[in-house]
Design a protein around this ligand. Structure first.
Ligand code: NAP
Length: 321
């Protein structure tokens, strides 16, 4: 039986990945913050909480990671922990940069020291591409990050590439575009739109207030995206892969589609320029050919279909909201 360590187990992707690895008969160790007894709602929701070994670990402390990896002897590590919100990174740039880079260094240094055969997955992000000068984005596109979150992910990404090339470690970076699920936290756009639209439909709220909804993003579905993470660590040689749907959709279209499904009038959406970001990516979508060809990753969800699934799941779980 293989052992996998997942950092960021309390997050959206951590929960879906843990469920996937358990199905594949892995021994799964989930890392949570030191001194925090997390509710871990995502793992409970997926019915897997009892099957995961939870360990507290301060990812900023290399010795703690060395001790953990020396004793648990994992074959694979999936590093998903990060301050993952662009908006939050604008308010807390230094903490975001520190955590999102030092924790990655600590994993790489530990693997180099304890067992260079351990395979590491690093959660890179399409936000690294930022100011886009060609579409679709490919694995070779120029990076031009536009937020502290994005700069932290670029630094972590190239640190991983550097350790792969310099020390021959098996490090694969998944450059994932936005992906959503029922487990997405409430401060992210799609989840916010779904939850607030349901409140409007039930007469509990009047309007949704949004920033720039003309921007376009490439959105996908988290339970399918974690399958690509797993596949990235099963290849003969480590590499980096774009994981995306291949199409962009405007935030306005998402709101209108959800409003239409719930019979809400379009004038219930108010644009507030105060919510605009200082430097915004206008349109971005990626090319997933490499992932499809090399990983055998199958993804053909239209995002409107994903929205239908997500709304259905929100409505099914309504009493819990
Ligand atoms: P998420 O739901 O926000 O989860 C982030 C995880 O990181 C949580 O488990 C969180 O733990 C943990 N974390 C944050 N700060 C921490 C700290 N200081 N110490 C220890 N743990 C900390 O993110 P996600 O959507 O699952 O994404 C997983 C990874 O993929 C992240 O690295 C994210 O940046 C990256 N990514 C996500 C997307 C996307 O669209 N979802 C796209 C590209 C890349 P707590 O619960 O304790 O805060």
């Amino acid at each position: 039986m293989k052992t996998a360590i997942i950092s960021g187990i309390s997050g959206q992707d951590g929960a879906y990945l843990a469920a996937l690895l358990l199905k594949k008969n892995y021994r799964v160790i989930g890392l949570i913050r030191e001194g925090q007894s997390k509710e871990l709602g995502g793992l409970t929701y997926l019915g897997v909480k009892g099957d995961i070994i939870l360990k507290e670990c301060n990812l900023m402390n290399k010795k703690a990671i060395v001790d953990l990896i020396s004793s648990e002897k994992p074959e694979e590590i999936y590093n998903l922990a990060a301050q993952s919100s662009v908006f939050e990174s604008l308010n807390n740039p230094i903490d975001t940069f520190k955590f999102n880079t030092i924790s990655v260094f600590n994993f790489l240094e530990t693997i180099k020291l304890v067992n260079p055969a351990i395979r590491l997955y690093q959660a890179s992000s399409s936000e690294m591409c930022g100011k886009v000068n060609e579409l679709p984005i490919t694995e070779n596109s120029v990076l031009h990050p536009l937020s502290p979150y994005a700069t932290s992910k670029v630094a972590a990404h190239f640190t991983c590439v550097n350790y792969r090339e310099s020390y021959k470690l098996y490090v694969a970076c998944g450059i994932l575009f936005n992906h959503e699920s029922y487990l997405r936290s409430e401060n992210f756009f799609v989840k916010k739109v779904l939850q607030q639209s349901i409140r409007i439909a039930h007469g509990l709220q009047d309007f949704i207030e949004v920033g720039n909804v003309d921007i376009k993003r490439d959105f996908g579905y988290s339970p399918s995206y974690v399958e690509a993470m797993y596949q990235m660590l099963q290849q003969e040689r480590a590499s980096d892969y774009l994981i995306c749907s291949g199409k962009s959709i405007s935030l306005k279209s998402i709101i209108h589609y959800v409003f239409d499904m719930l019979n809400i009038s379009k004038d219930r959406c108010i644009v507030n320029p105060m919510l605009y970001r200082p430097n915004e990516i206008l349109d971005i979508y990626g090319d997933n050919t490499k992932a499809k060809n090399e990983l055998g990753w199958n993804y053909d969800y239209d995002f409107y279909k994903v929205l239908e699934l997500l709304l259905e799941e929100e409505l099914k779980n309504l009493p819990k909201i």
